[in-house]
Design a protein around this ligand. Structure first.
Ligand SMILES: Nc1ncnc2c1ncn2[C@@H]1O[C@H](COP(=O)(O)OP(=O)(O)OP(=O)(O)O)[C@@H](O)[C@H]1O
Ligand SMILES: [Mg+2]
Length: 218
């Protein structure tokens, strides 16, 4: 599904090496967690897997497609079709209600409004928020806001869910809820890459890798 070969990432005109010869395969349906100290290269790895950042050298293939060979537009389209993102700080838009937030990525797919809304409502019911559809995100708890963000990541039907510290801003009960949701998504066939500092969270995945100073150590 995801395949990195000999991927290096150098920032700042050579001053910072964030990833060093990373080889990584993630199989379809796999649940992988990525741990490592602050600054070890986890977010850089996720941004490359998410087609948000190009490797300085090496190759990244997403379902066989050589992402490095694509232009910006093609990469954006691939990202919208295949990938869903969840971040530590939710990144919901104010002045848009919960359904509107979740439906937003679908506007780029040219779907009619009614269908966008229907899909967003389905995704919100799936994460247990069918009773908060017209609320403003700021009126929800952190755990609820993160579940809205997960619904948004899921509503376009991505193959892979990439989550960067999704429980980092949540209390233990809300974090546990989000992790249970990931377990369910995995059971229903989603491919998940979870970046986390939390050992317990990491242990929920089928496989855990650790990054130290830009290298994968197992
Ligand atoms: N845009 C950038 N320009 C220059 N250096 C960067 C940039 N982004 C990240 N870095 C550097 O690359 C290294 C890896 O950063 P990265 O954000 O991938 O770490 P991380 O493992 O996600 O850390 P954290 O756990 O704190 O989120 C760090 O040394 C960081 O300072
Ligand atoms: Mg990070």
């Amino acid at each position: 599904m995801l395949c990195l070969q000999n991927v290096c990432k150098i920032y700042d005109r050579g001053r910072v090496t964030a990833l060093r010869s990373v080889d990584l395969h993630v199989a379809r349906g796999e649940y992988l967690s990525v741990t490592g100290a602050s600054g070890s290269g986890k977010t850089t790895l996720m941004q490359i897997m998410g087609c948000l950042l190009r490797p300085t050298s090496g190759e990244y293939r997403l379902e066989g497609v050589d992402v490095g060979a694509l232009d910006e537009g093609a990469r954006t389209a691939l990202r919208a079709k295949k990938l869903g993102f969840v971040f530590q700080n939710f990144r919901l838009l104010p002045r848009m209600n919960v359904v509107e937030n979740v439906a937003l990525p679908l506007t780029f797919q040219g779907l009619p409004r009614a269908e966008r809304e229907e899909r967003a409502v389905d995704a919100l019911c799936m994460v247990g928020l069918g009773n908060r559809l017209r609320h403003d995100p700021s009126t929800l708890s952190g755990g609820q806001q993160q579940r809205v963000a997960i619904a948004r990541a899921l509503c376009a039907g991505p193959d892979v869910l990439l989550a960067d510290e999704p429980t980092g801003n949540l209390d233990p009960a809300a974090a546990a809820e989000v992790l249970r949701l990931f377990d369910r998504l995995h059971e229903s066939g989603h491919t998940i890459v979870l970046i986390t500092h939390d050992r317990e969270a990491a242990a929920r995945a089928e496989r855990t890798i650790r990054i130290e100073n830009g290298r994968i150590v197992r």
